[in-house]
Design a protein around this ligand. Structure first.
Ligand SMILES: *Cc1c(COP(=O)(O)O)cnc(C)c1O
Length: 388
């Protein structure tokens, strides 16, 4: 039997120990953490919808109508009319023929990739893809090939060298720890020249980018309506609820219903949750001011950081990482901010590459300009301009 304590101690000594905080308030710009009120720049609640009263009311009404549990998997008796209505609304929202709900984004990625790429097939992934996209290739038993970050030419070279086999390309739309955008039109063109499908995981773009918040694909002028373009959207970030969906062609969705194990072998999400997400979708589509406000806050943060010489990474999205380098230094900076009442997480290897530890600042429409200024002043006081 393996000793568990020594590796834990080693991890702690290396500054890589992961720990949870206890939050005692709903999501907002300021949250209560372990009994303290903190100004938080760490959630993915980009539009400020995670505690919206209209969505909470829809969840409560949904619970009255449907109860709490779905009772079974979608393919047994768990697939309610509320789920069906949400799938139809999401498909229409992103312009896809069909959409299929999954319990989480993690499971959606596992489900799509393992259903489309099995043993003997190849999955091509950006080096900075989210862990769930990598795990999807493992679950299916496909061979995983990783191409240089956001580099369609490198992808194309690898596709050309791969010989004949089923090929699937997968990329984050917005990279979760970097905030930059994948070159989607170039990735899709490369995939098409080599008879490959492209899967775009838009966990951080949906609701935030594109007209009406339709996401990274819409931002790039693409629509997931053909057999070779697949969208995964998550609902726990900008949408402020929970869960995920896959959008694409009729044949794709039917294939997933037949074959995606993380879809088949799990209980359907609560129908009340589907009601809540329908309410959220109306706000995402209808309230452009949330995206406009977010853009203004991003511009303010970037202008202030440039003035102070703070090394923000190149990003136009609400994910605004500040590069530090060593894990210990990132942790120390995060702790200094915490002492000043500001919560910004240090992101360390293996989540990001060795030597690129960072503070992952995330902005939300729930923040005020004054709060962004407070963050800038605290970063300056902590010497964040001098660490990288
Ligand atoms: C958060 C995230 C997921 C997982 O989604 P969940 O619904 O939280 O499981 C998948 N991909 C990316 C890029 C993410 O950031």
């Amino acid at each position: 039997m393996k000793d568990l304590a020594a590796p834990l101690a080693a991890r702690r000594a290396a500054g890589l120990y992961r720990q949870r905080r206890r939050v005692g308030s709903p999501q907002a710009a300021e949250i209560e953490v372990d009994g303290r009120r903190l100004l938080a720049f760490c959630s993915n609640d980009y539009l400020g919808l995670a505690a919206h009263p209209q969505i909470a009311a829809a969840l409560a009404r949904g619970a009255e109508r449907w109860g709490t549990g779905a009772g079974a998997a979608h393919l047994i008796s768990g697939h309610s009319r509320a789920h069906e209505a949400l799938e139809e609304a999401l498909a229409e929202f992103v312009g896809a023929p069909r959409a299929l709900l999954f319990s989480t984004g993690y499971m959606a990625n596992l489900g799509v990739i393992s259903a489309l790429a099995g043993r003997g097939d190849r999955v091509f992934e950006d080096r900075l893809n989210h862990a769930s996209l990598l795990d999807g290739a493992r679950l299916g038993g496909a061979r995983l090939l990783r191409y240089r970050h956001a580099d369609a030419a490198d992808l194309e070279a690898r596709l050309a060298a791969a010989g004949s086999s089923e090929r699937l390309v997968a990329s984050d739309g917005v990279f979760s720890m970097d905030g930059d955008l994948a070159p989607l039109p170039a990735l899709l063109a490369a995939a098409r020249r080599h008879d490959a499908r492209l899967l775009v995981d838009d966990a951080h773009g949906l609701g935030v980018l594109g007209p009406g918040g339709r996401g990274s694909l819409a931002h790039a002028g693409l629509v997931p309506e053909t057999d070779d373009l697949i969208l995964v959207g998550t609902l726990g970030k900008a949408f402020g609820t929970f869960g995920a969906f896959v959008a694409g062609s009729e044949a794709l969705i039917e294939t997933l219903i037949q074959q995606a194990r993380p879809y088949i072998y799990t209980t359907a999400p609560p129908p009340a949750l589907a009601e809540a997400t329908l309410a959220s979708l109306a706000l995402v589509q209808g309230e452009d001011w949330r995206r406009e406000r977010l853009r203004a806050l991003i511009a303010r943060l970037r202008a202030g950081a440039a003035e102070l010489g703070l090394p923000l990474m190149d990003s136009t999205t609400p994910v605004q990482p500040l590069l530090v380098g060593e894990a210990g230094a990132a942790l120390a900076l995060s702790e200094q901010l915490l002492a000043a009442g500001i919560l910004v997480p240090a992101i360390r290897p293996p989540t990001v590459p060795e030597g690129s530890a960072r503070l992952r600042i995330s902005l939300s429409a729930a923040h005020s300009e004054a709060q962004v200024d407070t963050l800038l002043a605290a970063l300056d006081a902590a010497g964040a301009g001098r660490v990288a």
